[in-house]
Design a binder for this molecule. Structure first.
Ligand code: FDA
Length: 396
């Protein structure tokens, strides 16, 4: 049996970072990982360059049943703090767009950095651990037993096993099962940052597979209503691209999504163009502003096949309105297999927003994606992993 100060389950972004921080505070850490290597999602993130944070990351960029929960941790470990760490390790980076920071080189540098931050004499990483049992003794200490009989015991246990998105990488609902075992509630998990699928009524758009266009995409009802101005990508199953991935986190089954195809056009652009260029066709105008295949599909749907000078203002207004708020009725998402993250998770109501410790179970902590805090696309999820890992390590 290995006696230690803290056991961290999962050597992903949050677990690796928390292990380093706890180790630097002098704690002995057993970091247990199910797969054969740490940080696998980091390695594939950001197309292999890891979008490791976002300059603008703040509580407003996260979904959670309690939108205030992430505030404390995000305030105490900011994007600037992580950038300082990246700089300390001499890792070159750049801002790609919208505050998104990527390595110039490779995501491997971030994993190497996180490992280097773990003091060798304090943090012991064990991979290929199949956890068969986690128990809490009468003295409040936690015992973790592996399938091969190895046992670790510590007064503190950190759940950092992430969410179940991308199961082919070993992701599972382990965090939720463990939380439930200790009586903690779990907010219904669902795929987020995920492509949406379209039914037969939108089949026309499936023919555009591979074509992208800049749009304003909207989803959600009431307080959840949100819009993002980024690219949408048509796929053979439906819709993807950054704008769609963003709104997918807000979308719920049965709801429509709204797409503005010409987000920069004035609301009366078609009627104004009719006065200046009456001999032009709608298809031509759309082709001037959008990829040809998208323009053609929209023109086919709108059905205005004559010169716009011969169309009534009413018809043109109707086309303008439809282009500004094209409704799609997704019939689902591509699911956890394709979801960049899982929304929902261990209920924030169970955890201290300052320390990530479970109120009901002293010594038990949960950090990262396992918790019901889900970031937008663009480096926000890693920032949450760092910030929640930091908050937890400070409290251990
Ligand atoms: P994470 O999933 O990183 O780590 C969990 C760890 O626990 C894994 O190593 C897993 O193997 C291990 N584990 C699971 N079950 C276990 C068990 N029973 N016992 C022991 N270990 C167990 N975010 C971002 O901000 N910028 C980006 O560029 C990207 N890009 C991106 C691309 C792709 C393809 C995906 C799938 C995701 C992203 N993300 C992202 C999201 C980001 O990767 C994610 O939010 C964080 O990795 C979450 O960090 P965690 O440490 O919580 O989980």
């Amino acid at each position: 049996m290995t006696e230690t100060d803290v056991i961290i389950l999962g050597a992903g972004a949050a677990g690796l970072f928390a292990a380093g921080q706890a180790g630097q505070r002098g704690l002995r850490v057993a970091l247990l990982e199910k797969t054969d290597a740490p940080g696998k999602k980091i390695l594939i993130s950001g197309g292999g360059r890891c979008n490791f944070t976002n300059l603008g990351a703040g509580p407003g960029n996260y979904l959670s049943a309690n939108p205030h929960f992430a505030k404390s941790a995000l305030a105490r470990y900011s994007p600037a703090d992580f950038i300082a760490l990246v700089d300390k390790h001499g890792i070159a980076w750049h801002e790609k767009t919208l505050g998104q920071l990527f390595c110039d080189g490779s995501a491997k540098q971030i994993v190497a950095m996180l490992r280097d931050e773990c003091p060798a004499d304090r943090v012991s990483l064990t991979c290929d651990v199949e956890i068969s049992q986690v128990e809490r003794g009468d003295d409040g200490s936690f015992t973790v037993t592996a399938a091969d009989g190895r046992i670790w015991r510590a007064p503190a246990l950190v759940i950092a096993t992430g969410g179940p998105s991308i199961p082919k990488m070993g992701a599972s609902d382990f965090a939720y099962r463990l939380a439930r075992q200790f009586g903690l509630k779990v907010v219904e998990p669902r795929p987020a940052l995920v492509p949406l699928t379209l039914g037969d009524e939108d089949a026309l758009f499936r023919e555009l597979s591979g074509v992208a266009a800049p749009v304003l995409a909207r989803a959600g009802a009431g307080k959840r209503k949100t819009e993002f101005a980024e690219a949408a990508l048509f796929t053979h199953k439906g819709l993807s691209g950054p704008a769609i991935l963003q709104i997918s986190s807000y979308w719920r089954h049965g709801e429509e999504v709204g797409i503005t195809f010409l987000p920069d056009a004035a609301s009366d652009w078609l009627i104004a163009t009719k006065r200046d260029r009456p001999r032009t066709h709608l298809r031509t105008l759309l082709r001037e502003r959008l990829p040809d295949r998208v323009a053609d599909a929209l023109a086919d749907r709108l059905g205005l096949e004559r010169e716009i000078g011969n169309a009534s203002d009413k018809e043109l207004r109707a086309a303008q309105v439809q282009l500004a708020d094209w409704r799609f009725a997704p019939n689902g998402t591509e699911g956890l297999a394709k979801a960049e993250v899982t929304a929902g998770g261990i209920a924030t109501a169970e955890l201290s927003s300052r320390t990530m410790e479970a109120a009901k179970v002293p010594g038990l902590y949960a950090i990262g994606e396992a918790v019901d805090v889900t970031g937008w696309l663009g480096g926000y999820n890693f920032q949450w992993a760092w910030a929640s890992g930091f908050a937890c390590a400070e409290a251990l």
